[in-house]
Write a protein that binds this ligand. Structure first.
Ligand code: ITT
Length: 206
């Protein structure tokens, strides 16, 4: 059975298509009238479930959603669930494109950490992976990747905050410098969706 990917983020779509290899997925481009779901929950899990349920109800198909973000120790866990709209929160968002927004978010975070010494720049990416069926059944799994925020961007891969994040589980490259498969193997999204996969398979069988 097909599963709808309940995300409009092109970076996530590329990663999810790779990680959910073997699952027949369809993107939201096939559902131009799908609602833009407000992320009103205070947690990644809450927001992932909101998105999955809204898209399952709209499409009549099982829907898989991701809510994720970067939690910075020196900022008490922010931007966290606000990661996608961090610069907009301070009225400094650049253009409307995903790339513009990503750059504005990343530059704001670098400014906010400008006086923070390297030893205090710990952070982690968190991801909640949710699946919802049109009948309201749901499952969630979580994943995380710890590391630190560096002081200048490096690398062209990935998306979002990848150019300024160096994972602990690596050799000093940012996640934007890792080949896709290497990022998937250690990433918050890889961990969360590999944990979700057997639950998803069970749900689709019942
Ligand atoms: P959807 O709601 O349509 O899925 P979104 O981008 O708004 O897209 P989120 O609310 O979950 O999704 O925000 C996630 C943000 O966290 C994302 O825009 C990036 O800024 C950041 N982020 C999440 N995972 C990331 C990753 O693997 N690498 C870099 N940045 C990431």
């Amino acid at each position: 059975m097909k599963v709808v990917l309940a995300t409009r983020n092109p970076g996530k779509i590329a990663e999810l298509r790779r990680i959910l290899d073997g699952v027949e997925v369809v993107g939201l481009e096939s559902y131009p009238d799908a609602p833009d779901v407000p992320e009103t929950a205070p947690t990644f899990t809450g927001n992932a479930l909101l998105k999955a349920h809204a898209i399952a109800a709209h499409t009549g198909l099982p829907a898989v959603a991701d809510d994720s973000g970067l939690c910075v120790d020196a900022l008490n866990g922010m931007p966290g669930v606000l990661s996608a709209r961090w610069s907009g929160r301070f009225g400094t968002s650049a253009g409307d494109g995903a790339g513009d927004k990503d750059t504005a978010n990343l530059e704001l975070l670098l400014d906010q950490l400008a006086d923070v010494e390297p030893a205090r720049r710990g952070a982690h990416f968190a991801c909640a992976a949710a699946v919802a069926l049109p009948d309201g059944t749901e499952c969630v799994a979580e994943g995380r990747m710890t590391g630190r925020v560096i002081d200048a961007p490096r690398g062209d891969g990935g998306f979002g905050y990848d150019p300024i994040f160096v994972p602990d589980d690596g050799d000093g490259r940012t996640t934007a410098e890792l080949p896709a498969a290497e990022k998937d193997a250690i990433s918050h999204r890889g961990h969360a969706f590999r944990a979700l996969a057997p639950l998803l398979a069970d749900l689709l069988e019942t």
